[in-house]
Design a protein around this ligand. Sequence first.
Ligand code: SAH
Ligand code: SF4
Ligand code: F3S
Length: 437
Amino acid sequence: MARTYTIETFGCQMNFHDSERMAGLLEAAGYARVDDATLADVIVLNTCSVRERAEEKLFSRLGEVRADRPDAPALVAVTGCVAQQEGGAILKRAGSVDVVVGTQAMRRLPELLEEAATSGTRQVDVNPYDDVSFPLGMAVRGDPVKAYVSIVEGCNDFCAFCVVPYTRGHERMRPATEITREVEEAVSTGRREIHLLGQIVNHYQDPDDARCDFAGLLERVQRIGGVERIRFASPHPRHVTPRMITAMRDLSCVCRHLHLPVQSGSTRILTAMRRRHTRGEYLGLVAQIRAAIPDIALSTDIIVGFPGETSADFEETLSLVKQIEYHSMFSFKYSERPATMSSKRLLDTVSEAEKTRRIVTLQELQREIQLRLNEQAVGTCATVLADARSRRRDDELSGRTSGNTVVNFPGNPEWLGRMVDVAVQKAGPHSLWGVPA
Ligand code: SAH
Ligand code: SF4
Ligand code: F3S
């Protein structure tokens, strides 16, 4: 009988896609997938360290894994951003871990598992490997409708709060020919929506063709037959160029949604964060984007309680959010991370209670804005790509509009992967509801 594996993923879309790639590597090495960790010969925990709480999840999960199987323990591999950052220290802290593989050494996972199983010694590889190629068709895609395609790996920006440049290494670009080949492969296996991935996805530049920047890549991907939608994550406001805005406006497959992480509404805090744009520049960019693409939906990321953030700075964040009216937002309490500039140079001055007060205030404001924007959609017809069964009701499907709003509607599972026109009848702060038109 084949040896079995399971992968549990914490963290962002990049990690989700790395798990798809590792699943491919393990299956090529003869492992078969099981969903129940208590039945697996190998358990892979693909980790995130962006905030302290994400990192803690690894250690609580390791405790559970060990308690589940006291007599016949599985081989346990820790991969991803915590693995890259902590390396061999994980082995000291957690006796049940057999293999630690960093983000750039992912391809060695099967080999290191084999070595650990045969020699009984624990294996660690957190070396940097610059190669960003990956065998075509190897990833086992977890979504029948959407395909994640990595275009840029690593980040050179070193925002003061962020651990990612340390966990993902310096920025490396994939050649456009490899990217388009992977998109063709994804389309040929039924995927309709392509998600281009990178830490600063819009900083893309083809290493082989000086004329192909991010806008050029969007054009190339749009030309591939069978691609119905293109999304990308995460863009950085500083790298939104006029060419990119024009490409988004003119390319019919590029969704009418732009994630534009602002982090704070105060120029003083943005400077301390090393985001390298001011409040005024950001607002100017939003005006430019909206002038070119009036129906675009914007979303953002915001950190509250960055070191030195005063009530007045936070008020500036609230006023910016009121002014822009984002369609959605991810908000976080500042969490001090090892090695980052803010952890070395700045004191975490804002108390936990104050961070909580600020995030609650911000989320209440955002909820009102979202509800208001979603209510404007009632009575209209929304075109959605049906991508999943609804989480709430068995006889309903769920999809997203081009602007990335979730719409639930009664429907047949056979429609998954199809575009459906939905007459919107109800709105909540997080989704719309309607009936097929
Ligand atoms: N590469 C992406 C985002 C990476 S992390 C970008 O540049 O936009 C995703 C989000 O997590 C960030 O946008 C930020 O809002 C949040 N984040 C990152 N580090 C954090 C920290 N130390 N504390 C709290 N939130 C953080
Ligand atoms: Fe982190 Fe900044 Fe790089 Fe984004 S751009 S990954 S927030 S350092
Ligand atoms: Fe987390 Fe690493 Fe992604 S730190 S957010 S999994 S790049």
